[in-house]
Ligand binder design. Structure first.
Ligand SMILES: [Zn+2]
Length: 591
């Protein structure tokens, strides 16, 4: 504005203004401010700092370069509870959960019969978000997977977005192909020295299928099939050998849809053939033309890791890592392409691999079930590798930026090892507060219900709460001891939760937070027990005071002073992003 008024003064002082203006030097173009906010789910600032200090780790150099060029903090303090939806919405608004209304990943849905829940990723956000504040001030916002801007209402809509796809159409599974399924065929499209045999595999209940032809490419007089020719519903046939991953794309009118599959075993005589059929997925987002462009350029959504099939307890945990590498590579390619687009000022990006691999492989404490030093060492490499995947992605993304761009890199929480699972609804059932229906679920006539995520239980009262009932709930939880110690960090009434940032109408009447090591389950255990073994090794969702739970923060670009701090708060990030973009921060943001 200042520059323009000076220009007008200069023009007005000239007697022959119209002629004079033409000879004035052109005003320098306003530097175009662009800001990328990139969140790596589950990156602990503490672990990141340790890896950065170790030679030979994080060799791609993404994190190191940004830290050297700009500002870094050893940790970013997440909100309590340190959960993905809660924390991302705090980052996006600059406000605590009691102002955003997102108090957990799963919350009570008061519009439904008592006990029904809704996702904190879908629930109304009460505070203004960065995408709203930016668009209100004339800036364009692009989103690649960052939670919240899912296009489901005007307040949740950016200019364009790829959203995180929901549950896939089919689950991933290992599929054996019995000898009897291989039918002889006379029309092999490839030369084969044993009679070609063909089998058709169904993709779950989806109605889609793929055709496999067993081929023997060696002219050695023996029946020894060595590879499969795979034909999908669309695309060229592929030659697949044992250990190969291969994409299977199906016919779909709306969007490119497919699954990444793998040939697990191929016995030369076909006595054992096993194929992993990945979950069928597709890209989601808005507007439709944007998603179509992503479909055309990058293909179908590759899917998340399949921990049911390839998790820590499986024979092939390394394949879970490979699935997440594929997802990270896909997300990075799309994000680099998004950066090159001209139609955004603020770009909100998200990647998930560190969270997934840390949940699955954070086996570090001999007290954890299944601990051996050998497994712990192998799994520690997987978690370090997850950070290396993020570092590689960051390296590529950073190189795609222009010198005018500012980048903020953060995460939503870290991770801590767990060894005990607690079932709050079983504790409430024993106190006569939760009733079960015929199917063993909490009944709508229950006097209270615990809605549970990570290490937090929001316990809601059915109808009016009276002090005696609240005390009964609190003591039903408080009385639990595990190996003689209390598993609880805090048990407070909602009205006392202001110091936790959780004094919100969306919160439970009683809020219970577990200590690290303990994880809460929303399930009703069968057989009934208040305490059991967890199904994962790492968890988050605790009070935000534990160093390993805290997140990371780095920023570099024009206007970012070089430096280092021990700690920043995640609710300060929105105002910093707004300042780099040259706009007023979101209305509820901490300055
Ligand atoms: Zn997360």
């Amino acid at each position: 504005m200042l520059r323009r008024s000076r220009l007008l003064q200069a023009a007005g002082s000239c007697a022959l203004a119209a002629l004079c203006v033409a000879s004035l030097p052109a005003a320098p173009a306003e530097p175009r401010r662009r800001v990328v906010l990139l969140s790596f789910d589950g990156v602990s600032g503490q672990r990141l700092e340790r890896l950065l200090a170790e030679p030979g780790k994080l060799t791609a150099g993404g994190f190191r370069r940004i830290a050297a060029r700009g500002f870094s903090a050893s940790r970013s303090v997440p909100p309590t509870p340190a959960l993905t939806a809660v924390s991302h919405i705090t980052i996006a608004t600059g406000a605590l959960p009691q102002s955003t209304g997102i108090v957990a990943n799963t919350m009570l849905d008061r519009s439904k019969p008592f006990g029904a829940t809704m996702s904190g990723f879908d629930a109304p956000i009460r505070a203004e978000t960065l995408w709203e504040a930016s668009r209100r001030q004339g800036k364009r916002v692009g989103v690649v997977y960052f939670p919240g801007a899912d296009g489901t209402s005007p307040a949740r809509t950016a200019d364009w977005a790829l959203t995180w796809p929901g549950t896939p159409a089919t689950r991933g599974r290992l599929q054996g192909v019995p000898l009897s399924a291989w039918q002889p065929v006379g029309d092999s499209p490839e030369t084969t020295y044993s009679p070609a045999r063909r089998a058709v595999l169904l993709m779950g209940q989806s109605g889609h299928s793929l055709t496999l032809t067993a081929v023997d490419a060696t002219d050695d007089g023996a029946v020894n099939y060595d590879h499969l020719r795979v034909e999908s519903e669309t695309g060229a046939a592929q030659e697949v050998r044992t250990g190969d991953w291969f994409p299977v794309e199906v016919r779909s009118p709306e969007s490119r849809t497919g699954a990444w599959c793998r040939l697990m075993a191929l016995a030369p005589d076909l006595s054992k053939v096993e194929v992993y059929l990945g979950p069928l997925g597709h890209n989601t987002g808005y507007p439709k033309e944007f998603v179509r462009e992503v479909d055309e350029k990058f293909g179908f959504w590759p899917g998340v890791g399949d921990k049911e099939t390839f998790g820590a307890g499986s024979e092939h945990p390394e394949l879970y890592v490979e699935q997440l590498e594929r997802l990270a590579a896909f997300a990075t390619r799309v994000q680099v392409w998004a950066i090159a687009r001209p139609d955004w000022d603020l770009l909100l990006c998200y990647q998930s691999e560190v969270d997934s691999l840390s949940h699955e492989f954070l086996l570090v404490d001999p007290g954890q079930p299944g601990f051996t030093w050998e497994r712990a060492s192998r799994f520690a490499d997987f978690v370090d590798h997850a950070y290396a995947i993020a570092d590689r992605a960051l390296d590529v993304i950073d190189r795609a930026l222009t010198p005018e761009d500012t980048i903020f890199v953060t995460s939503d929480h870290g991770m801590t090892p767990i060894w005990t699972e607690i079932f709050p609804n079983e504790l409430l059932r024993r106190a006569g507060l939760v009733r079960l229906d015929a199917r063993g679920r909490t009944d709508t006539s229950s006097r209270a219900v615990a809605v549970v995520d990570g290490a937090i239980a929001h316990v809601y009262v059915n109808g009016n709460s009276d002090p005696a009932l609240l005390e009964q709930i609190a003591s039903a939880l408080r009385e639990l001891k595990v190996r003689g110690e209390s598993p609880w960090e805090r048990i407070v009434k909602r009205s006392e939760a202001g110091s936790l940032g959780l004094d919100a109408p969306e919160s439970g009447d009683i809020i219970a937070l577990a200590r690290p090591g303990y994880h809460l389950s929303r399930r009703m255990p069968d057989p009934a027990t208040p305490v059991g073994l967890p199904s994962e090794y790492g968890a988050h969702g605790y009070r935000n005071v534990y160093p390993e739970i805290q997140a990371c923060y780095l920023a570099a670009g024009p206007g970012i002073a070089k430096g280092h701090a021990d700690s920043i708060n995640s609710w300060q990030i929105a105002a910093r992003v707004a300042a780099a973009l040259g706009i007023e921060p979101p209305r509820n943001a901490e300055r």
